[in-house]
Write a protein that binds this ligand. Structure first.
Ligand SMILES: Nc1ncnc2c1ncn2[C@@H]1O[C@H](COP(=O)(O)OP(=O)(O)OP(=O)(O)O)[C@@H](O)[C@H]1O
Ligand SMILES: [Mg+2]
Length: 334
């Protein structure tokens, strides 16, 4: 994959990895331009963590090639490690230290002087809303608190390349928003970020470029808007105020968009797929105006990433399908 003009900071080509009978990756290509966010989006078992582990030198691929900042992850692992931060899917903090001591320890491992290490630890505790819990042993932290501490430890020295494996899984909505704002700040400061997620909304919010991965393959790639467009199907949704105007509104919409809308009489709604986006919307408004159709609600809707995923893979995300289902048990096509 090439990105116009600039060498990607994160690059993978044809990555393959097999675990016994399971082909976890079957030729994955990825690329993230400097200072951008690449979202790796896929359901349980898609191969996201496997890709992250290869990119962070924790696992050697069976085939293919990957580079971070121009360094080969297999032949130059040390140079790669010096340039990356990782927050893995499993928290890697020390249970028998306090939150603050975990952070100080990591800072000291990166050779920060003692005073600076403490200052950094306090900054991060504050930022991740752990200031009050900072003096308590991690073994008494809740799951969400551990997650936040783990992310904080990956940010002790802001690395040029950061890989976050499901950074917001298990966080409550408020902490998730907090995490998003931290991620945005890091990227503004020039960090290149790869983030895996099962949350379509999250990829949509944060990523400049998304690779949708399913059963070890990239099934689609592009900007969030590209992906939505590729699935097509912008729609105009209308709700008329008066049920007596439904037929009139349907004729007006047909004139505007060139085909008859679907009608749901019960809720007085009409919708039609359109190609022209805003222009089509304007045309509908003009026809409604001419016929004095009174609308309660009128909107141009683009497909959600959930719909995109369903279309691309033939199944939804595990999260969307069965929020309570145990991980790694997907029905279907394996
Ligand atoms: N060390 C391993 N040994 C055997 N199989 C493995 C190993 N690591 C991963 N797998 C298998 O490889 C496939 C991809 O797993 P991976 O952890 O990369 O998925 P994932 O996309 O991160 O999923 P999740 O969203 O559940 O974290 C799965 O079928 C998994 O069971
Ligand atoms: Mg994973």
């Amino acid at each position: 994959m090439t990105l116009s003009g600039v060498a990607p900071t994160i690059r993978a080509e044809g990555l393959q990895k097999r675990f016994g009978a399971v082909q976890a990756l079957s030729g994955v290509d990825l690329a993230a331009a400097p200072g951008t966010v690449l979202g790796l989006l896929g359901p349980n078992g898609a191969g996201k963590t496997t890709a992250v582990r290869i990119l962070t030198t924790l696992l050697v691929p069976d085939g293919g090639h990957a580079e971070i900042a121009g360094y080969d992850v297999v032949r130059q692992p040390q140079a790669v490690r010096e340039r990356i931060g990782l927050a893995g899917q499993q928290a890697s903090v020390d249970e028998y230290l306090t939150g603050r001591d975990n952070l100080v320890m990591v800072a000291r491992l990166y050779h920060l002087p003692m005073k600076a290490a403490h200052r950094r630890a306090d900054e991060l505790l504050e930022r991740f809303e752990l200031a009050e819990a900072g003096g308590r042993l991690v073994k008494n932290y809740s799951g969400g608190m551990r997650r936040r501490l783990d992310l904080a430890t990956s940010l002790v020295v802001a690395p040029p390349v950061l890989l976050l494996d499901e950074p917001t899984t298990g966080l409550d909505p408020r902490s998730r928003m907090g995490m998003w704002s931290v991620i945005r700040e890091l990227v503004q400061d020039g960090t290149t970020l790869l983030l895996t997620t099962q949350y379509l909304e999250e990829a949509d919010q944060l990523a400049d470029h998304i690779a949708v991965i399913d059963q070890g393959r990239v099934v689609a790639a592009g900007s969030p808007d590209d992906l939505k467009r590729s699935v097509g199907g912008e729609r105009i949704d209308v709700q008329v105020r008066d049920a007596g105007q439904i037929a009139l509104a349907a004729r007006a919409m047909e004139r505007a968009v060139g085909h008859a809308p679907e009608v749901d009489r019960e809720v007085r709604r009409l919708n039609a797929t359109v190609a022209g986006g805003a222009a089509a919307l304007t045309a509908v408004v003009r026809e409604f105006d001419a016929d004095q159709v009174v609308v309660e609600d009128l909107a141009l809707r683009r497909p959600t990433l959930d719909e995109v995923f369903m279309k691309l893979t033939g199944h939804g995300t595990a999260a969307a399908e069965a929020p309570e289902a145990p991980r790694r048990q997907r029905g279907g096509r394996r």
